[in-house]
Each structure stands twice: as C-alpha cells, then as structure tokens.
Design a protein. Structure first.
Length: 189
C-alpha cells in the first residue's frame, strides 16, 4: 500500500456521495483500476452497512404526559396566585399594592411562559371577573359594572405588561450577553 492508497481511502466516502470534483474523481477511478487493494476497498464501500435498530428505554408518551401534567399544575398555581392577587391587592380594596405585585406577576409569568398574551390573560381575566361579581353584588347596573370592571382590569393589566416587558428585556440582555461570551471565546481560539 502506497501513499496514494491512503488518499483513496480518505476520499472514497466523498466519492461514493458524489462530492468530489471531476478531476479528483477521475484520478480516484484511475487509481482504483490500477490497484487491487483499492478495488477491494471500493467494492466494500459500495455494500450497505446493516444497522441494528436502536431501542430506547424511555417511554416518550409517558414522559410527555408527565411533563404536561407538571405544566398544568404550574398553570393552575399561576392562575390561583393571580386570583388571590386580584382579591388582595386590587384597587377595589383601595390598595395601591397592585402596582408592585402585578409588575412582579407579569415578570414571573413572562419568564415562565415567554408569551405576553398569557401575561395579559392571567392579569386581566381574574380582575375583570372579580370586579364584575363585586359590582353586580352591589346592585350596580350591568353596563356600569361592565365598564368599571373593564377599566379596573385594564389598569391592572398595564402593570402586568410592564412586568412582562421587564422580563422580555432581561431575557434579551441575557441572550446578548451569552452571544458576546461565545464571540469572545471564538476570538480567543
């Protein structure tokens, strides 16, 4: 086996895939015709390799059910927290603590779900429902209850969205920081 045989051995997979330039492929073919060892190697490389199927010990369906169950549990906790916050820190209780709590709720919800629509739903819906129930129990007209509840829920929503935007900006800063670290590592090497 001479030096050309080692080159053929390295180039043979590329040749079989059709990835060599024409001139290199012609050189390889002419060498294979003249060398008995490389002819054997070329014929072996044409035969498909039998692959044994790979079996996983992990039951994907069971794993996905477990993940979905856990996510559903966290979603229920978030919704319960938002209802509790709606009742404890709402303007209906003449408390301005909702400003901080809804900003934090928006931040945490965005960091967990990474969707601003979910932040909006979790902040708006509990307040709207609670304000509607409270207004209608005070014998207000339906239209007045609807308008007041909508205004109150939107006010709480604004601070939750501010928290969500803070979460979004925090993630963007983290991503840009990670990108800069990768670039610095690449520059070092």
């Amino acid at each position: 086996m001479d030096r050309d045989c080692y080159i053929v051995e390295d180039l043979l997979p590329l040749y079989n895939e059709g990835l060599l330039h024409e001139e290199t492929a012609r050189w390889l073919e002419s060498h294979i015709q003249s060398c008995e060892h490389c002819q054997k190697l070329a014929s072996l490389s044409q035969e498909p390799i039998e692959q044994e199927p790979i079996y996983s010990s992990i039951d994907n369906e069971k794993m996905l059910k477990k993940i979905n169950l856990r996510l559903s549990f966290y979603q229920i906790i978030f919704i319960a927290i938002s209802f509790i916050l709606a009742m404890k820190t709402s303007l209906l209780n003449e408390s301005f603590g909702f400003i901080l709590t809804y900003t934090i709720l928006g931040l945490i919800t965005y960091l967990f779900y990474r969707r601003m629509t979910i932040v909006g739903v979790i902040a708006f819906l509990p307040n709207f429902i609670w304000a509607m129930v409270d207004s209608l129990s005070n014998e207000s007209t339906f239209l007045y209850a609807m308008a007041g509840s909508f205004f109150l829920a939107c006010l709480h929503l604004i601070f939750a969205v501010i928290g969500g935007v803070i979460g979004l900006l925090a993630l963007k800063l983290k991503e840009s920081g990670d990108g800069n670290e990768k670039e610095e590592k690449m520059d070092i090497h």
